[in-house]
Design a protein around this ligand. Structure first.
Ligand SMILES: [Zn+2]
Length: 75
């Protein structure tokens, strides 16, 4: 079984809970100077590698971004 199958095995609810627990419900966006945002405002799941670019729905590829940072273009 390849990694590509994993997305179908993991419950999105469980993945979301794992990512929230790991990141403590805080935005993990790193700005200029290495400052981590840490905001809890309108926090949403964010794909490090976009789904459209082959990113998966695994906790390793997901992080939390606050509302304003979730709208930042991926770098
Ligand atoms: Zn943020």
């Amino acid at each position: 079984m390849g990694w590509g199958c994993l997305g179908f095995l993991l419950s999105p609810v469980q993945v979301k809970r794992d990512v929230y627990d790991r990141d403590d419900g805080c935005c993990s966006f790193v700005g200029q100077g290495g400052h981590v945002c840490g905001s809890r405002y309108a926090v949403q799941l964010h794909h490090r590698i976009a789904w459209a670019h082959g990113g998966s729905n695994t906790p390793e590829n997901l992080t939390l971004h606050c509302g304003p940072h979730n709208r930042e273009p991926a770098t």
